[in-house]
Design a protein around this ligand. Structure first.
Ligand code: G3P
Ligand code: CA
Length: 249
C-alpha cells in the first residue's frame, strides 16, 4: 500500500519539525512521519531542517554552534510563516521525538549533512542508532539522506535497517548509487519527473520509489499509483481528500 508520509510532521499547518507538528500528524492519522536530524555543538541530536536558525526559529546562527540546551531555549514557532501563534514550540531533541512517536507512527529519519558527498566522522549515526535501540524503536524506521556515505554507515552498522537515498532527480546515476549502498528506496523531487520509464528502471532494479513533497491533490492523483511512497506537508488534507485508510482503521 502507498506510504503517505507526513513531511516534517503536519508542517503545512503547524511549524515544521516540532512536537506539535508531529502530534497533529498523528492525530490526522499519519502512519509515517519524516523529520530531519543534525548534530549540535555538544554532539546531541536536534530535530531541525536548516543548518541555520533564521528561517524557522527566533534566533540566528548555526545549529552546530549551539548546544542542544541553548537551542531549545529558542522558539521554533516559525514566526515568518505563523507569526506568534506557535511561539511556545521548541526545537525537539531526537529523544523527545522518539518518545512522542513511539507506537504511533513509523519514522523516516533524514540525516542532514551540509555536503552530500563527504564522510562525516561525528558519530551522529552511531548515536541515533543507539537511541533507537534504547527506545526499542529500531523496527519501523527508515533512514534517508542525500548524503550516501552516511547511509552506507548506517547500513554497515545495522544491515537490516531500511535505507532510502534522496536525490533531487531520478536518473540512472541515482539508481546505480542507490544499488551500490543496498538501499531499499530511492526518493526524489517529483517536480523533476520526466517520464515513467525511469521509475520503471528503478523498480526493475529492485528499488521502491518515493516522491517529495507533493501537496497538491492533482499532483498526488497523478503519481499515487506509480510510486510506493509520497511525502506531503498536508497529511490531513491529502488523506481526507483521497479517503485513504487512517491509523487504527
Ligand atoms: O523526505 C525527503 C525530503 O525531506 C528531502 O528534502 O529539503 O525537505 O529535507 P527536504
Ligand atoms: Ca527532510
Amino acid at each position: 500500500m502507498l506510504k503517505i508520509i507526513a513531511h516534517r510532521g503536519y508542517s503545512g499547518k503547524y511549524p515544521e519539525n516540532t512536537l506539535l507538528a508531529f502530534q497533529k500528524a498523528i492525530e490526522a492519522g499519519a502512519r509515517y512521519i519524516e523529520f530531519d536530524i543534525q548534530p549540535t555543538k555538544d554532539k546531541e541530536i536536534a530535530v531541525i531542517h536548516d543548518f541555520t536558525l533564521e528561517r524557522t526559529t527566533n534566533a540566528s546562527g548555526n545549529v552546530c554552534d549551539v548546544t542542544l540546551a541553548e537551542l531549545q531555549k529558542f522558539s521554533a514557532g516559525y514566526p515568518e510563516k505563523f507569526s506568534n501563534n506557535f511561539q511556545d514550540e521548541h526545537v525537539p531533541s531526537f529523544q523527545e521525538t522518539l518518545a512522542l512517536c513511539k507506537n504511533k507512527a513509523q519514522l523516516l529519519i533524514e540525516i542532514k549533512r551540509e555536503d552530500k558527498a563527504i564522510f562525516y566522522d561525528d558519530d551522529l549515526e552511531e548515536k541515533a542508532i543507539r537511541l533507537l535501540e534504547n527506545y526499542e524503536m529500531s523496527e519501523d524506521i527508515m533512514f534517508v539522506s542525500f548524503n550516501l556515505p552516511s547511509l552506507a554507515k548506517v547500513k554497515s552498522m545495522m544491515p537490516g535497517m531500511v535505507i532510502g537515498c534522496l536525490f533531487y532527480q531520478l536518473d540512472e546515476y541515482a539508481i546505480d548509487r542507490a544499488i551500490d549502498i543496498d538501499a531499499s528506496f530511492i526518493i526524489f523531487n517529483y517536480k523533476t519527473y520526466k517520464s515513467p520509464s525511469i521509475i520503471d528502471k528503478a523498480k526493475l532494479k529492485g528499488l521502491q520509489v518515493g516522491l517529495y513533497t507533493v501537496d497538491d491533490v492533482k499532483d498526488f492523483e497523478r503519481f499515487r499509483y506509480s510510486v510506493e511512497a509520497i511525502a506531503t506537508n498536508y497529511i490531513k488534507e491529502i488523506t481526507d481528500y483521497f479517503f485513504l485508510p487512517l491509523a487504527n482503521s
